[in-house]
Design a protein around this ligand. Structure first.
Ligand SMILES: [Zn+2]
Length: 385
């Protein structure tokens, strides 16, 4: 090293090797494993220290611009009253349009048709957009063609997109011969081609966060969640490998370049934005939405900021679970430069959030402009020019 004495160089080398042994050179952590505590230690759910950090706070109860929630699961819109209740929860948040992407557990064409019917008679019909869905329970020869015809009929009836196609497609859905239905199975091609012809987006939730596939031990970031929800664990005897699913997904996206695909939950790559950047570069027909992955952005505010700026035309706001009190965490993370504030769900992430302070131009695209471009016929009147 130029400018360094030989002696200093030796000391540095010795220090470096000690640090490397402790894992510090790689950014690891050094414990005091030999010391015994003289007070009881909390378990993972009990340790919730109150932060003593004092920094400026900017709570954002209402989004800066009107928002389209691209990944909405509102309560079933079965009556005008039910619609009113959802709208009165949306208004204070500045949520202008909720895209109804199905009700997990009761996704059916009947429910979608019912939502459309109730909305068409509602004074709030311009506040919602409804997506069609697919029932993957009886996949046999001809399934793709029949389903494509159903999709076309659903779009005629008022649906403006397809999805959220849930994770059972890929994880558990089977073909008539008992084999797993692969995401890029040619049987399904007529569906994706029809979506392209009708110019509607297709939103897919593929797989789950990668840690669900990793060893279930104390080194796993999602240990608490996997302990609380055992069915989210993905051991090899229950799930296809994570990378196999992702490869099928990417082949599907590339095989149908005219179909606009929205990978729900940032494609589960919000913890590896470099990977998602490569996908964006290779697949001009790919978009993502932010549902349920806020904790990932909030722990890498600078890298995520730059990613959001670079790929500003490919990102949509989406929330997933309908919990009105949780939306402001998204607004604060996207809009402010606040530091080290709480996330709303402890089993997703045990860390704090930091704001990305996105510029207005990017916020507008994230909140509404990209969704308005992607979904045909969304009413634009309520959005700024
Ligand atoms: Zn969802």
């Amino acid at each position: 090293m130029p400018g360094m004495t030989r002696r200093a160089g030796l000391v540095t080398a010795a220090l470096l090797s000690t640090m490397a042994a402790a894992g510090i050179a790689q950014g690891g952590r050094q414990g005091r494993g030999d010391r015994q505590p003289d007070a009881p230690l909390p378990n993972i759910r009990e340790y919730k220290p109150t932060s003593t950090l004092v920094v400026p706070e900017h709570l954002v109860p209402r989004a800066k611009f009107p928002v389209v929630d691209f990944h909405g699961h509102p309560p079933p819109l079965t009556t005008p009253d039910a619609v009113d209740r959802v709208v009165s929860a949306m208004d204070p948040l500045n949520l202008r349009i909720m895209v109804v992407t199905g009700n997990p557990g009761r996704i059916s064409r009947e429910q979608m048709r019912q939502d459309l019917e109730v909305l068409s008679a509602s004074k709030h019909k311009d506040r919602f957009a409804v997506f069609a869905n697919i029932d993957f329970r009886n996949v046999g020869p001809g399934f793709g063609k029949t389903t494509a015809e159903q999709l076309e009929a659903d779009v005629k009836a008022g649906a403006v997109g397809l999805g959220e196609i849930m994770k059972d497609f890929g994880l558990t859905a089977r073909k008539a011969d008992g084999t797993r239905l692969k995401l890029d199975d040619p049987e399904l091609d007529p569906i994706w081609l029809t979506a392209a012809r009708l110019n509607i987006p297709v939103m897919l939730h593929v797989g789950d966060p990668a840690p669900f596939w990793n060893t279930f031990d104390y080194s796993n970031e999602r240990y608490l969640e996997m302990a609380l929800f055992p069915n989210r664990r993905c051991p090899p005897d229950r799930c296809p490998p994570f990378e196999e699913l992702m490869a099928e997904r990417d082949r599907l996206f590339k095989k149908h370049p005219k179909t606009k695909f929205v990978a729900a939950h940032f494609g589960w790559h919000a913890n590896d934005l470099g990977r998602l950047a490569k996908m964006f570069d290779q697949m001009p027909n790919l978009y993502v939405e932010t549902g349920a992955v806020l904790y990932e952005f909030g722990r890498q505010p600078r890298f995520a900021h730059d990613f959001f700026v670079k790929y500003q035309d490919r990102l949509m706001f989406g929330k997933d679970t309908f919990a009105p009190e949780e939306y402001p965490y998204f607004w604060r993370t996207f809009e402010t430069a606040d530091e080290y504030f709480d996330y709303y769900r402890d089993y997703h992430a045990f860390w704090k959030l930091n704001g990305l302070a996105l510029p207005d131009l990017v916020l507008r695209k994230l909140y509404f402009e990209n969704a308005l471009k992607l979904i045909p016929g969304l009413p634009r009147a309520a959005f700024p020019k």
